[in-house]
Design a protein around this ligand. Structure first.
Ligand code: SF4
Length: 324
């Protein structure tokens, strides 16, 4: 790697190989269709901790609902959370909404063009600031996410961390095409240099890689916790009874869900499914039973459901029941 980082000719060759591969073989994804800074920002926030497949459909729908930063800033938080439903990690949506208001108020509705200014906005960390600035504004700044960290570590044959990692990424960056280069490294990590089984035989930069699958540099798999949760689905005509999650919890505060019950209370479960949130695998059972309306809950019509911030799991269950 010392030679790749410090040898200008080899580095150039590596950049060209990677960029040509990206031009030729990259996945067609909706956020790669234009370089609108707002679109790139939305996609980068959605893609944090969420799979590409889950983001694809929701990205377009979100942009239909909030086509520009002004519309997002003017929206009510509950509408933004409703549009985010199913993507999880709702704090991202709240921060994006707060940042949109700052952009409208302090930057005349335009995203700042430099990574250092973007970094000052809520919800935009070092990686996201660099990704937006390089992709939308051609700023020659390396963007290091988990995929890039793994790829660079394997290219180097050693795990790099912190500033060493960022500086190495910066040295490798193709200065004249930073947006595509950053995306190419991420794409390589997402499709070829995979965490558990890197596909080295089809890797476009195999010839400069120190590892070539010899060192499986992946973190050990963390064990998922398992938990069983029971919900009641209580519908009356057009109405469904839902409860609001407390505002002071870290996971999905103030989102709406079905009422939880101790057990199926003798009723045969109508639906069982699995649902994963962060480090927990939930075994969910849903019973169609009547519950006593409680404080923090309310009857909601089908029309209202469409605009409510529902948890992803509640949405899944209500879809299965043909309520939405
Ligand atoms: S050769 Fe293998 S380990 Fe090296 S970058 Fe390519 S896929 Fe990753």
């Amino acid at each position: 790697m010392v030679s790749l980082v410090n040898n200008a000719r080899l580095r150039r060759h590596f950049q060209q190989r990677l960029l040509s591969w990206y031009d030729r073989d990259r996945r067609q994804l909706p956020w790669r269709e234009d370089r609108n800074p707002y679109h790139i920002w939305v996609s980068e926030i959605m893609l944090q901790q969420t799979r590409v497949a889950a983001v694809q459909g929701r990205y377009r729908r979100f942009l239909q609902r909030f086509p520009n930063v002004e519309k997002l800033a003017a929206a009510r938080e509950s509408s933004v959370l409703a549009a985010w439903s199913g993507l999880g990690y709702y704090r991202r949506a709240r921060m994006m909404h707060a940042a949109a208001r700052i952009i409208v108020k302090q930057h005349a509705g335009r995203l700042p063009v430099s990574s250092s200014k973007l970094f000052t906005l809520p919800g935009i960390g070092r990686y996201t600031a660099a990704a937006i600035a390089s992709i939308a504004f051609d700023e020659p700044t390396a963007a290091v996410d988990g995929n890039v960290e793994r790829v660079i570590g394997r290219l180097a044959g050693t795990n790099l961390r912190g500033e060493d990692l960022w500086q190495t990424a910066q040295k490798l960056l193709a200065q004249e095409n930073p947006g595509n280069f950053n995306q190419a490294l991420m794409e390589l990590g997402a499709t070829i240099c995979l965490p558990r089984r890197p596909r080295c035989t089809v890797c476009p930069v195999f010839h400069v890689c120190r590892t070539r699958s010899v060192l499986p540099m992946h973190k050990p798999f963390s064990r998922q916790k398992k938990e069983a949760v029971h919900y009641a689905l209580h519908c009356q005509n057009d109405l469904t009874f839902l409860v609001k999650r407390p505002g002071d919890i870290s996971l999905m505060p103030e989102m709406w869900e079905l009422p939880q019950i101790e057990s199926a209370a003798g009723a045969a479960p109508w639906l069982t499914l699995r649902h994963s949130i962060t480090a927990t695998d939930f075994r969910i059972t849903v019973s169609k039973i009547q519950v006593r309306p409680t404080a923090g809950g309310r009857w909601v019509s089908r029309r209202q459901l469409a605009r409510m911030p529902l948890t992803g799991l509640a949405r899944k269950i209500l879809r299965a029941a043909n309520v939405i």
